[in-house]
Design a protein around this ligand. Structure first.
Ligand code: HEM
Length: 143
């Protein structure tokens, strides 16, 4: 579907607009909202600059992101398991917000990269998960 009133994500201002809408959905979401409201003491205003840096690096080639992406999510995962259906929901909300407001190459890039990062993050967390492996029955941590 082509729409003339949509533009590509081309600046930090547009990233901020998109991410504010995304986190508005995330925070009130019945499936993943609790990670942000109950599991982590989450502050949107503290989080936004880091997440804008993160995406500006991927989309605009800035070298702005200084964070610890995996460690942050591993910390969450240790308190409440981040499962595949949480990642699917997160991606769904992101893709929805991108498609509702923007259109173009950076949109495709953001959706593709998000899916790839989510996949590798989920796989890495699963490996370190403090639970039984359902496929092999191997117990990684003794109670
Ligand atoms: C179910 C999926 C996810 C949940 C529930 C989730 C939740 C969170 C939460 C609660 C934080 C704040 C952590 C803190 O302040 O200590 C955070 C940080 C962050 N998340 Fe996620 N996240 C998910 C998936 C992703 C994915 C797939 C990406 C990237 C494609 C991502 C990118 C980020 C970034 C860049 C930060 C900032 C990290 C930093 O401070 O350096 N998240 N996430």
């Amino acid at each position: 579907m082509h729409s003339d009133d949509k533009v590509d994500i081309a600046s930090r201002e547009e990233l901020e607009m998109l991410l504010r809408l995304f986190y508005q959905d995330v925070l009130s979401d019945p499936i993943i909202g609790f990670f942000f409201t109950d599991v982590i003491a989450f502050s949107l205003e503290q989080h936004l600059p880091r997440v804008i840096d993160f995406w500006a690096q991927i989309l605009f080639g800035e070298s702005s992101y200084q964070g610890q992406l995996f460690e942050r999510h591993q910390h969450i995962h240790q308190q409440a398991k981040l499962s595949q259906h949480h990642f699917s929901r997160w991606l769904h909300l992101l893709n929805n917000n991108i498609d509702r407001h923007f259109e173009g190459l950076n949109c495709t890039k953001m959706k593709t990269r998000a899916a790839r990062i989510a996949e590798s993050m989920a796989a890495a967390l699963e490996q370190k998960s403090p639970s039984n492996n359902p496929r092999t029955g191997v117990q990684f941590f003794t109670p």
